[in-house]
Write a protein that binds this ligand. Structure first.
Ligand SMILES: [Zn+2]
Length: 215
């Protein structure tokens, strides 16, 4: 039986997400657990495991072997995928080989991603708000020809939004805390990194890219 055929029958742990790094250990994507296993089985990616602040890499066979060893110890913090004959650890981070490319993730322009990009912070007064108290503000108002694009839309609290009204920041004598830009990676990625099971992602979302030893 093929690996993919046997994995298809498996369930909930395949619904998680796996962070994808390029060969420079830079976070570039998030894929499903299923897709990650496909990339591993095709030998175009390896598992990156963060152990005591060191990055260890495993090819697919090595990962299966590690799973076999780990399976002897019951560890509630790990997730597993079961095949007919194997019980394989769910990786949280994989790294693509030199030749492999994934299409750049397209970051959807929607409210959720906008709030995530601005970290629920009003871009005028700089304070954090629950989503319900934020609104979408067109920096250059649509009435003055402003478009609904990443570089013209920010989160604003209802107070700042009302104060600004149908004016540009300049006209309203208000200042943006930073100019809005299209996000280069899905903003929800940073949010997920806050969850316990994705804790290892954090290493790659900030310091790892700059501090990892280049080979
Ligand atoms: Zn505000």
């Amino acid at each position: 039986m093929s690996y993919n055929a046997s994995v298809t029958a498996l369930a909930p742990s395949l619904q998680g997400s796996v962070l994808v790094l390029n060969r420079f250990y830079m976070a570039i994507h998030v894929v499903s657990v299923r897709r990650a296993f496909t990339l591993l089985a095709k030998r175009v990616a390896e598992v990156v495991s963060v152990e005591e602040n060191k990055y260890l890499t495993y090819n697919f066979d090595g990962w299966i072997e590690l799973s076999r060893l780990q399976a002897k110890y019951e560890n509630a913090t790990l997730s597993w995928v079961r095949t007919v004959s194997l019980k394989v650890l769910v990786p949280r981070v994989i790294r693509l080989g030199a030749c492999e490319r994934l299409a750049a993730p397209r970051v959807r322009f929607n409210r959720r991603n906008l709030y995530a990009r601005d970290a629920n912070r009003c871009q005028y007064c700089g304070r954090d708000f629950p989503a319900a108290e934020l609104s979408v503000d067109h920096v250059v108002p649509r009435s003055q020809g402003g478009h609904s694009t990443w570089d013209n839309v920010v989160c604003a609290c209802t107070g700042c939004n009302a104060r600004k009204g149908g004016r540009t920041p300049q006209q309203a004598r208000m200042r943006l805390i930073r100019p809005p830009k299209r996000p280069t990676r899905p903003p929800v990625l940073s949010q997920k990194a806050g969850l316990e099971i994705y804790r290892s992602w954090k290493h790659f979302l900030d310091e790892a890219y700059w501090s990892v030893e280049l080979k």
